[in-house]
Design a protein around this ligand. Structure first.
Ligand SMILES: [Zn+2]
Length: 273
């Protein structure tokens, strides 16, 4: 599943489309998670792409007349292709741009169709999918004071708290396990039992893990390819995720797995308390 780092890498890969003018739109399949606006072709025709922003895992493509909110769902993928590139199965949407005289196509492929492309002419921050999101992990707003205020009211495992997009966006399952390892906190620990000092280290660890993943082009296993067709980094760079029964990189102890909220969680009993 594309996580925040993959979405950010996708955003960076799409920046060459900025200032492009839409010349045509081809929606071959309207039934994504929510139906694609049937008038999208008419709405986007001749409009200029002004900016590409990201909020959590949502890409916000700003046009002269509104925003296209894009979510990659479970298996969505965006690439920039030229018109000679033949269509693949699950290539559902093409948005063609004229960028300084060159034709470039934004192509959306989604095997499982849990992704979304939603048009809004309102400020996207007000959209119901975005309005309730917590702060960005790499922003100053996400700091120890902020997270401590949240954890001290929560009885649930700390891993669930940091994976809740109302607390902070973009901490997916892999990043949660990896951040908790770096912060020496067991994933199952009750949120409100964690000391402020530990929360401060956890915040730094989350920022470090997300930043590193963005630099490496995202870390989702198997099926993610960034816009230029490069795959993300490999699973063997993880300290704990997916490494049950293997030895810890820090202490050589054994890595354990447990389920928290139906998600696999990995930790080292020696290094994490
Ligand atoms: Zn260890």
């Amino acid at each position: 599943m594309p996580e925040l780092p993959e979405v950010e890498v996708t955003r960076l890969g799409l920046l060459p489309l900025i200032n492009g003018i839409v010349s045509s739109v081809d929606v071959r399949n309207h039934s994504l998670r929510w139906p694609v606006n049937p008038n999208l072709k008419k709405i986007l025709n001749s409009q200029k792409l002004i900016s590409l922003l990201r909020r959590g895992k949502y890409l916000l493509a700003q046009f002269s007349n509104g925003y296209l909110i894009i979510h990659l769902g479970m298996s969505g993928r965006i690439s920039i292709v030229n018109e000679k590139k033949s269509l693949l199965k699950h290539d559902h949407i093409d948005i063609c741009f004229n960028v300084n005289g060159n034709k470039k196509i934004l192509r959306y492929n989604d095997t499982r169709r849990f992704g979304a492309m939603i048009w809004t002419d309102d400020n996207p921050s007000n959209h119901k999918l975005i309005a309730t999101l917590g702060p960005e992990p790499l922003s100053d707003e996400f700091n120890a004071d902020y997270l401590y205020e949240i954890v001290k009211r929560k009885k649930q495992p700390i891993k669930s708290t940091i994976m809740d997009s109302h607390s902070v966006v973009g901490v997916g399952n892999i990043y949660a396990s990896e951040s908790l390892f770096l912060a020496s906190i067991r994933p199952q620990r009750r949120s409100q039992k964690i000391k402020k000092k530990e929360i401060s280290i956890l915040v730094d660890s989350i920022k470090m893990v997300i930043q590193k993943a963005i630099e490496r082009g995202g870390s989702t296993l198997n099926d993610f390819f960034s816009v230029n067709g490069q795959s993300g980094y490999f699973q063997n760079e993880h300290n704990v995720y997916g490494r049950e029964n293997e030895s810890c990189n820090k202490c050589e102890g054994r890595i354990y797995q447990l389920r928290i909220a139906q998600r696999s969680s990995f930790y080292c009993k020696n290094c994490q308390v």
